[in-house]
Unconditional design. Structure first.
Length: 163
């Protein structure tokens, strides 16, 4: 299966959470973890990585927290994928054509390149302000669309799972 890693999925959920807040609002990693049903240890690591790449900004100490480093309209899903995955390639020959001696004349390589470019262009068009608006359009009191809230697994105590 070709897919993004769990940390990339969580990173998108973290950025989405911050995009739903007022511009400049700061929240704690613990709050994000609780609101977006994410493991707190993962959230802290992901926040660090997103801060290193300029997507998030963090402030330590009293009154500190996490915020978007730039407006949500300037952050794409591609930005998050690149920050977490290191890039976007569907095959090694796309990233390094010299890795395969047949790349220059290979029609499969050309198809991989085209598919990678198409995916990158699609992800670049997906902006977090749009995603936040989509989420806001169907939210319930706990911050999740009703359909999603009903589908979340429950723990034996009746709470929602965080992983």
């Amino acid at each position: 299966m070709i897919g993004i890693g769990r940390q990339t999925d969580y990173a998108a959920r973290i950025v989405l959470h911050l995009a739903t807040l007022e511009e400049g609002a700061r929240v704690t990693a613990r709050e994000i973890a609780a609101k977006r049903l994410l493991p707190p240890a993962f959230v802290r690591r992901i926040i660090s990585k997103l801060a290193e790449t300029g997507i998030l900004s963090t402030v330590r100490g009293s009154g500190g927290g996490v915020t978007l480093a730039r407006p949500a309209r300037e952050i794409s899903l591609l930005d998050v994928v690149k920050a977490m995955e290191g890039g976007l390639v569907l095959n090694a020959c796309v990233d390094d054509p010299k890795s395969c001696p047949l790349s220059a004349a290979c029609p499969v390589n050309k198809a991989w390149c085209k598919a990678t470019d198409t995916l990158a262009a699609t992800l670049a068009k997906v902006r977090f302000d749009q995603l936040a608006n989509d989420l806001e359009a169907g939210v319930t009191s706990n911050g999740y669309p009703e359909k999603l809230r009903r589908s979340l697994p429950t723990t034996p105590a009746g709470g929602r799972r965080s992983d």
